[in-house]
Design a protein around this ligand. Sequence first.
Ligand code: CDP
Ligand code: MG
Length: 132
Amino acid sequence: MRTYIMLKPDALKRRLAGEIISRIEKKGYEITDMKMFTLTEDILKEHYAHIANLPFFPDIVKFMTSGPVIGMIVEGPDVVQGMRNLMGATKCLEATAGTIRGDFAFTNGENLIHGSDSPENAEIEIARFFGK
Ligand code: CDP
Ligand code: MG
């Protein structure tokens, strides 16, 4: 199974990319593709269609386009749920210690990492960002 993982601009600005990639590697998953790029508002409206009409979306666009991101394809058994477990909950106060967000995120918006929420969405997101 494979999933789409994206290190958000705060992860790069805070020099946490290595720490987060290390956790993915130590878990045993395989990173089979990786690239650094900058998101646009158009692609975010597609990627975040489920939150695009919520009041905080303009802030998310500002944040997510504020610097480069690192997109990755990560592979392993049950990796979609497994990566969600490594990431921790969306909201920083609900993310438990030991997870990436629990250990390093202190706001709900700037929460360091994106991971697909289902195998179906993983394939859609991999196609969107890697064209494969
Ligand atoms: O990223 P995740 O799948 O955990 O959460 P989401 O519900 O798909 O929301 C996408 C992103 O919107 C989150 O990662 C946050 O950056 C942001 N968000 C927020 O700032 N406040 C919320 N109440 C929900 C989402
Ligand atoms: Mg999501």
